[in-house]
Design a binder for this molecule. Structure first.
Ligand SMILES: C[C@H]1O[C@@H](n2cnc3c(N)ncnc32)[C@H](O)[C@@H]1O
Ligand SMILES: [Zn+2]
Length: 430
């Protein structure tokens, strides 16, 4: 007897381009069958009539606790935004803020079809607790800023290491742990080398912001006489264990280095547009075979966690940038948001295939803006939005069914988030 059978839906496995009517069978957190029909029975049958059944989205770069800062400070360049607004208020964040902020983020992601994500944040134990409690899957890293201060570097590394020891593989394996050095402009080369050594020792990955702005590029050239990619490569830092967010200001040579080292890139088009950071050379990276996935970045620079919006923005941005509408077609963008993201996190998700994690969503197509259907990829990227997701399953557990969130008390999360935000703003009056 299986746990769940999803019936009557159109199945988009992401293994092939086809959309065929069929069933998905789930047992013990794993997909055990994807077929036209099944002989099996299950404890729970989900009727997906008129819907698309597909892998959940993988958001490969976010700062979930920042949902509490949604709309807190808009329309500034990155340097000013971080130094004058974000960091001062983050310094006043409490454990409860981080917990409820992450709960709110998980709620938003579950409701918009994201089943796993990569996060870099502070108060990371509370972030992990919220992920565990919500039922989502996540690769979590503690945000380390050392700024050339040896003492600080030691305690930052200690905190990240302790987190890894406490949480690696927790929540039935739904929690993956990583090191999170913030960026090459907030961490010295000596510190970055140490992080790499520890990551190798602990056999975990590294999540880092790289070449997000022109200002970073200039600072690095001034300080080291080379760009962040060249510096990181010289340190022996780059490899398939590295998840590099943004990668906007890359040269052709940098792309070649990323490809050669097997670095995973998280593209964050909405954040890059909002902070006016620039346009990442995504078509160039994809052409060369770099694994490029999609991330929303934190809620203070997006200002939501909707992967549908991120997909559409990615597709449109690179078309207008290249003046070529054939660039980043819908199918390719969908792959970035699912299969490529799963590869970046090293998880067996992102496709509906036997033996893979049961991280599955159901998208309700019985909507005016999704009618009629010629090509499902087109609708998912250009017409649909997060609110069209009716059911979200992570690790074989239903977190939302028929638009009803069953893994947490939605109203309680909203109320607590409002209270936390009010307290935060009060404490941040300085
Ligand atoms: C993980 C931490 O990184 C900072 N942060 C948030 N958004 C960005 C961004 N776009 N670029 C660099 N740093 C960022 C915040 O301080 C957050 O807490
Ligand atoms: Zn970020």
């Amino acid at each position: 007897m299986a746990d769940i059978i999803i019936k009557n839906g159109y199945i988009l496995t992401m293994d092939s381009y086809e959309l065929t009517q069929g069933v998905v069978v789930i047992e013990n957190g794993t997909i055990t069958e994807v077929a036209e029909s099944t002989e099996q029975d299950a404890d729970q049958i989900i009727d997906a009539k008129g819907s698309v059944v597909m892998p959940g989205f993988v958001n490969t770069h976010t700062h979930t606790g920042m949902t509490l800062l949604r709309g807190y400070a808009d329309d500034f360049p990155l340097d000013e935004w971080l130094k004058n607004y974000i960091w001062p208020v983050e310094d006043r964040l409490t454990d409860e803020d981080a917990y409820i902020g992450t709960k709110l983020a998980c709620l938003e992601m579950i409701k918009s079809g994201t089943t796993s994500f990569a996060d870099m944040f502070i108060h990371i134990d509370k972030v992990a607790q919220a992920v565990k409690d919500s039922g989502m899957r996540a690769a979590l890293s503690y945000r380390m800023i050392e700024a050339g201060n040896e003492e600080k570097g030691k305690s930052e590394l200690d905190t990240n290491k302790r987190f890894i020891n406490n949480w690696k593989g927790e929540a039935e394996g739904r929690i993956i742990t990583m090191y999170g050095p913030h960026a090459p402009y907030t961490c010295s080369e000596g510190f970055l080398s140490k992080v790499k050594k520890e990551a190798n020792h602990d056999r975990v990955g590294i999540h880092i912001h790289v070449l997000e702005t022109e200002s970073e590029l200039n600072q690095m050239k001034q300080h080291y006489g080379m760009c962040s990619i060249n510096l990181l490569d010289r340190l022996g830092f780059l490899g398939p264990d590295v998840l590099a967010a943004h990668c906007v200001w890359l040269s052709d040579d940098d792309i070649e280095i990323l490809r050669g080292r097997g670095v995973h890139v998280s593209h964050n088009p909405v954040s890059n547009m909002k902070l006016a950071s620039g346009v990442a050379p995504v078509p160039g990276m994809l052409d060369r075979g770099v694994n490029v996935s999609l991330g929303t970045d934190g809620c203070a620079s997006n200002n939501n966690l909707d992967m549908f919006e991120e997909m559409k923005t990615a597709a449109l941005l690179h078309k207008v940038e290249s003046l070529d509408p054939t660039v980043l077609p819908a199918r390719q963008v969908l792959e970035m948001a699912t299969t490529s993201g799963a590869r970046a996190l090293g998880i067996k998700s992102g496709v509906l295939r036997e033996g893979y994690n049961a991280d599955v969503i159901i998208v309700d197509m019985n909507k005016p803006h999704l009618t009629p259907v010629y090509d499902i990829h087109s609708h998912l990227v250009y017409s649909a939005s997060g609110s069209d997701v009716s059911t979200t399953i992570v690790d074989g557990r239903i977190l939302m069914q028929d638009y009803e969130v069953v893994c947490m008390d939605e109203q309680d999360v909203l109320d607590r988030a409002r209270t936390a935000a009010a307290g935060l703003v009060e404490r941040a009056k300085f």
